[in-house]
Design a binder for this molecule. Structure first.
Ligand SMILES: [Ca+2]
Length: 222
């Protein structure tokens, strides 16, 4: 079988090299090659082939990170305010785990920030003493599209490289071609309410591993 494959590849390459190649080619070793016309085909088994193996099938669902635009669109769920829910339907604490409610006792994280003189280490020390932590998903209310934990709990990786937004309008943007940090969105359990807004954005080095950083996936369907 390997020999057959080898021959097939040689034949295809020959046909691509020159459309004028004769139908049969001989070489100095006495090998006889056959010209195969160039063309297109769909690789893999047909949908009706009941004997096909999994690795032959096309159109398998591909799960991936959302782009930054897709993430924010899903987070906002049609809302134009700071969060992906109407203020008439509740407060952030009903939809999200953030610094005020992710620990054993409720706290006012803005007051803690002021009291610790905006020293991050001291601020985090207070939160650690209160055992602020992640929580299982879907314990809070979902947004209008049924998505849980878009705000808070853990920041979420997006596929885009992080940079300033480009000037002008864009449709379904996917960020710059290269960069050093990837976009993270949504805020985490250590953070204050303003850090959990739909528009809040940061960049993080792709190898970064911390306890308030996670991801959700998207999948395109036919
Ligand atoms: Ca989140």
């Amino acid at each position: 079988m390997r020999t057959c494959l080898f021959w097939a590849l040689m034949i295809v390459f020959t046909s691509i090299a020159s459309a004028q190649t004769p139908q049969q080619i001989d070489n100095s070793l006495g090998m006889k090659l056959v010209l195969i016309p160039s063309g297109q085909f769909t690789m893999g088994s047909n949908p009706g082939d009941l004997q096909s193996d999994d690795d032959e099938k096309q159109n398998k669902r591909v799960y991936r990170l959302p782009t930054e635009a897709q993430w924010e669109y899903a987070c906002r769920a049609g809302q134009k305010g700071p969060f992906g829910f109407d203020s008439g339907t509740g407060e952030l604490g009903q939809f999200a785990w953030f610094a005020n409610n992710s620990g054993d006792k409720p706290i006012d994280s803005q007051e803690v920030w002021k009291a610790t003189k905006e020293d991050l280490d001291e601020y985090l020390k207070v939160l650690k003493e209160n055992r602020c932590r992640t929580h299982p998903v879907a314990q809070k209310k979902p947004n209008a599209w049924g998505l849980y934990d878009m705000h808070g709990n853990v920041w979420e990786w997006c596929a885009d490289w992080y940079s300033d937004y480009p000037k002008g309008q864009a449709t379904d943007p996917s960020g710059p071609q290269k960069g050093t940090d990837r976009v993270v969105r949504g805020g985490g359990f250590h953070f204050q309410s303003q850090d959990c807004r739909s528009a809040e954005r940061h960049g993080s080095f792709p190898a970064n591993r911390v306890d308030d950083l996670g991801f959700r996936v998207v999948v395109a369907i036919d």
